[in-house]
Design a binder for this molecule. Structure first.
Ligand code: SF4
Length: 283
């Protein structure tokens, strides 16, 4: 494949203020055959952006690369522009590594690291592995933020390049989960068990959406499962918000949660308490 040069002209910067910038069609000019080769080799990937200074996507301050492409369609997704790879900027591994190198020293001083998020990073598993190898080569702590559905695309040996997995657990009941994201949760739970067997640390992320994911019985079951794994170091209960709502409108997508209010701090605390009751550190 002729890996295209990253395109500086008329392209937004590879870095963004936040993942809430709406980005569309930035990879639309890449020929289909090059996309296929990129997926097979991982020499090039499709990124929404890099953001700096995150304090919520792993320990310390993080440089986050947001990948484009996701196989799920969560009703509450904040970044539906990352559902398709064609919305992402085509970026070579070399170019992405430059970004890592640029922030390396600061990340180390701030006890932080590099987090690959999305979208769903394992849609582009070969690219993800190459980025983790580059980060590891620079001595940067690595975290993978994933829904786990395509975890069979990364081997145990490749997971050695990942210091921490931020695993999104979205629901327990399979039918509810399917209604919420469009697919079943079996592969995600299987990945969690695999990570436990490998002794790989997990931070669980759980998005609390009133009326959708706040059923106490569901929360208790997720908490019990997570606690039973033995490798979950932390749980973040993330309150649903409406910051991504405008993206649904701009993309012409039907948004069914327009009337849903963010959960109260009491409701969030109740969910966190359920995780704590199972013996986990939850925030
Ligand atoms: S897994 Fe993440 S990126 Fe994919 S649809 Fe759900 S919230 Fe959006």
């Amino acid at each position: 494949m002729g890996v295209p040069e990253d395109r500086p002209t008329a392209q937004p910067s590879l870095t963004a203020k936040s993942p809430f910038e709406l980005r569309v069609n930035l990879g639309a000019g890449v020929p289909e055959s090059d996309v296929r080769t990129a997926l097979a080799t991982g020499d090039m990937g499709f990124l929404h952006s890099f953001t700096t200074g995150s304090a919520v996507d792993g320990p310390g301050l993080r440089l986050v690369a947001w990948t484009a492409g996701c196989m799920w369609r969560c009703l509450y997704c904040h970044n539906p522009d990352t559902w398709t790879m064609r919305n992402g900027i085509p970026v070579t591994v070399a170019r992405a590594t430059e970004e890592l190198r640029k922030y390396r020293q600061g990340l180390q001083v701030m006890s932080g690291g590099f987090t690959l998020s999305g979208g769903e990073p394992l849609m582009q598993a070969r690219f993800a592995v190459k980025l983790f190898a580059a980060a590891r080569g620079l001595g940067i702590h690595t975290a993978l933020d994933t829904n786990g559905y395509y975890s069979d695309r990364i081997t145990d040996a490749e997971l050695e390049l990942v210091d921490l997995v931020l695993l999104d657990l979205k629901g327990w009941d399979p039918e509810r989960h399917r209604r919420l994201v469009g697919m079943e949760n079996g592969p995600t739970l299987e990945f969690a068990r695999r990570l436990a067997a490998l002794g790989k640390p997990i931070w669980v992320r759980f998005v609390l959406v009133p009326g959708l994911t706040d059923d106490p019985d569901e929360v208790a079951k997720i908490a019990g499962f997570a606690a039973g794994l033995g490798n979950v170091k932390r749980v973040d209960v993330l309150p649903f918000h409406q910051m991504g709502r405008f993206k649904w409108r701009e993309l012409g997508l039907e948004y069914t949660l327009a009337d849903v209010q963010p959960p109260s701090s009491d409701t969030v605390e109740r969910a966190a308490t359920a995780f704590r009751a199972a013996g986990l550190r939850a925030y």
